[in-house]
Design a binder for this molecule. Sequence first.
Ligand code: FMN
Length: 227
Amino acid sequence: MKKIFAFLLSASMLLTLAACGGEGGGQTTDTDNIITQPVTKQTSDIKETTENANSDQTTDLAIKAPGKTLVVYFSGSGNTKRVAEIIAEESGADTFEIVPAMPYTDDDLNWRDQSSRVNNEHNDTALQDVELVSTAVSGWEDYDTVFFGYPIWWREASWVVNRFIKDNNFDGKTVIPFCTSTSSPLGDSGKNLSEMAGSGNWTDGRRFTENANETDIRDWVKSLNLE
Ligand SMILES: Cc1cc2nc3c(=O)[nH]c(=O)nc-3n(C[C@H](O)[C@H](O)[C@H](O)COP(=O)(O)O)c2cc1C
């Protein structure tokens, strides 16, 4: 009799412990997962956890993600390239250089020579659709802000950028034009490019001299308060 009683007592204790362990352990693990979620986790992981717990947390994380910036530019003789690289460094942006399939030599760029390539192209607009190595930017959709740089040619944006403008969709992007020139202002060049693009929120932009002061470039980028 004593043996039967001892057996029944230990069996019922085992059943009670198993029941408590299952339920209580589960609750502790769930709570720990939510509270100790590392902030460095992938977005998909963060979403998965916070959507179950509190959808407001997912929204907060999305809003705090900084916008991505790209500097797109064409440069015939290096002045615009230098400005573009300083802008990219100051704003933490990626860069994309517009490269003609047939690069311009110094002779090609000699606008004083009536038979130079730039003069031929200037005189015949059909020649201004310059073939480019590529107009496809990897991850283009992910960029929120695009600085767009070019040299001034005959008081307008160099036509070398036209093919890039026509091939890309600027919808939803803030576009900030910038140029370098000997003396001409930015003028209507940014406005004309925005009309050619037909999309994007184009801002006024800024003109720099051929050897623009580095601090001026950096101060301008800071003044834009990106992010
Ligand atoms: C074909 C050609 C036309 C130019 N037309 C002008 C102009 O109308 N006004 C001006 O101020 N500078 C003009 N320039 C000077 C360039 O705008 C200036 O040197 C610019 O910084 C060149 O930039 P890059 O080195 O990036 O090509 C011209 C230069 C070239 C090659």
